[in-house]
Design a protein around this ligand. Structure first.
Ligand SMILES: O=P(O)(O)OC[C@H]1O[C@@H](O)[C@H](O)[C@@H](O)[C@@H]1O
Length: 221
């Protein structure tokens, strides 16, 4: 490989197909707190947002960080308990990570999730060892849709933005990847391929994605 390239993965809805469990946990949390929320609103406005921005949205004000994280953890306890028996890597992911590692592609995770959920997901799915860098919500000031998480991942990997591909499922996350100036593959776990037509390529999972897909998207040798 002549040009060093990188593949940066969103976590929820991409490395694992878990959004149904997040939605169930959010609906339970909101019902308990008398906060109005439905699935459509979640997928349009909240999916991919970090804890702080989610609580600011629910309470329509800047929630004190400690309170925001404590409230968010109430939801994460529900989420982790219902998702644990089902956790597994997305279809085709492990095979792809193996082949990209063998080709020398740099690999990172860029997620709005809190560190406890990152540990929960990567360790229980058995995929942590594939990644050179992991950037979570606690490591940047501005959450998705701001580009910070993806810019930080590229910086930590030492790979220029023009050689980075992002895999994302959420509207906020896709915006983050596009704003970072990266090529974005839309994984259609949260939205249809038509809804993700503004991404550079759409795929249901990783079974159809290969090293050649990245090379073609980036236009490198
Ligand atoms: O891994 P991603 O897609 O950046 O997002 C993580 C967040 O995704 C949201 O959809 C969940 O509601 C959050 O609880 C979660 O932390």
């Amino acid at each position: 490989m002549s040009t060093q390239i990188a593949f940066i993965f969103d976590m929820d809805g991409v490395l694992v197909d878990n959004l149904e469990f997040h939605v169930t946990a959010w609906l339970e949390f909101c019902a308990d707190k008398n906060i109005p929320l439905n699935r459509e609103e979640f997928f349009q406005n909240l999916n991919g947002k970090n804890a702080q921005d989610t609580m600011n949205y629910f309470f329509k004000r800047e929630v004190e960080p400690e309170l925001a994280h404590a409230l968010n953890e109430e939801k994460e306890v529900i989420y982790r308990s219902i998702y644990l028996p089902h956790i597994k890597p997305a279809n085709g992911l492990v095979e792809l990570l193996e082949s990209l590692k063998a080709k020398g592609v740099k690999l990172a995770v860029g997620t709005s999730a809190p560190p406890a959920n990152v540990d929960f997901t990567l360790d229980n799915a058995g995929i942590r060892h594939y990644f050179d860098e992991i950037v979570d919500a606690s490591m940047v000031k501005n959450g998705k849709p701001a580009p910070d998480i993806y810019l930080k991942a590229a910086e930590k990997l030492g790979v220029p933005i023009e050689y980075c591909v992002v895999a994302e499922d959420a509207m906020q996350g896709i915006q983050a990847g596009l704003s970072a100036g990266m090529k974005v593959i839309g994984i259609t776990t949260s939205h249809t391929a038509e809804e993700l037509a503004h991404t550079h390529l759409q795929a249901p999972d990783f079974t159809t994605i290969s090293y050649d897909t990245l090379v073609e998207l980036l236009g490198v040798e």
